[in-house]
Each structure stands twice: as structure tokens, then as C-alpha cells.
Write a protein that binds this ligand. Structure first.
Ligand code: SF4
Length: 148
């Protein structure tokens, strides 16, 4: 079966996601993420970031910018976007969960109260584009890359 072509994405949706991520960088929490990638190794943490459709569309921009049209499961069960060099292949486009769920060594997860308004903006955007709530990261990105 032929792969579907990329859906056209309203630039305003991508801009709102970027704006939310930019706002997050202004928050006071100090973290020391040094690309440890512990949080990217789902097989170790047992946790997957949850991603809204708008965020998945934004992440897909990063995937396509890296020259890929699809992502394959990681052989170790880690995030499919973790590169062979052990670094995130879409770092500038990584989802909100990846920007707020730090490992203990990096200072721990952001307190929800510090980012609740940004989560509300993501939820409002999801509602606006008739997303269906958050999905786990691999599924959310696979769906949009598949043109659905
Ligand atoms: S998208 Fe990047 S930062 Fe987020 S879990 Fe995957 S590899 Fe890690």
C-alpha cells in the first residue's frame, strides 16, 4: 500500500507549539540536562512521554528535517527518535514532556504548578485542531508521519 502524503499543517498550529516551548524556557526551574538520555530509554524508565497531535506535528517537522519520512522502533526499546550516537535526533523539536520530565540526576520533573498554564495551552490547541488527547510519543509521531 502506498504511504500517504504529508498532511498540510496550519503554520499557526506549529507557531503556537513553538511559542509554548519558548515560554517554557522562561520558567524559573533550573535543570541540568546534559543529554544523559536516561528519560529517552523507555525500557529502563517504564515511562513514555505523552504527546498531543499538535506537538506530534511539530516533532514531525524535526523528523523530516533530518531526512526521514518514518521512524523505526529502537532496537533496545528506547525512544525511536534516539539516534545511534545516543542523542535526540529532533532535539529542537522534542515534545513538552521531554522538556519537563528530567531524570533525578538532572534535577527531577518540573512541578506541574509551574507549567500548568502551558499544559492548558497545549490542551486548548489539541481541542482546536480536534486532536484526541495525548498519545504515547512513538504512536503520536507515527500517526502524523503516516499522514493520518
Ligand atoms: S524525542 Fe528526543 S528527547 Fe524525547 S524521548 Fe525521544 S530521543 Fe528523548
Amino acid at each position: 500500500m502506498a504511504r500517504r502524503s504529508s498532511p498540510s499543517v496550519d503554520p499557526a498550529v506549529l507557531e503556537e507549539v513553538r511559542s509554548i516551548y519558548d515560554a517554557l524556557t522562561q520558567r524559573p526551574s533550573q535543570r541540568r540536562c546534559e543529554a544523559r538520555t536516561t528519560c529517552c530509554r523507555f525500557q529502563l524508565t517504564g515511562e513514555l512521554p505523552l504527546v498531543t497531535r499538535a506537538e506530534a506535528l511539530y516533532a514531525a517537522v524535526g523528523v523530516r528535517a533530518s531526512g526521514r519520512k518514518a521512524v523505526k522502533p529502537h532496537p533496545d526499546g528506547a525512544c525511536p527518535l534516539l539516534g545511534k550516537d545516543g542523542r535526540c535526533t529532533i532535539y529542537a523539536h522534542r515534545p513538552f514532556g521531554c522538556r519537563t520530565h528530567f531524570c533525578t540526576a538532572a534535577g527531577g520533573m518540573y512541578p506541574r504548578r509551574e507549567v500548568a498554564d502551558l499544559i492548558q495551552r497545549l490542551d486548548a490547541l489539541d481541542e482546536k485542531i480536534q486532536g484526541q488527547g495525548s498519545r504515547d510519543l512513538p504512536d503520536a509521531i507515527a500517526v502524523v508521519l503516516d499522514g493520518k
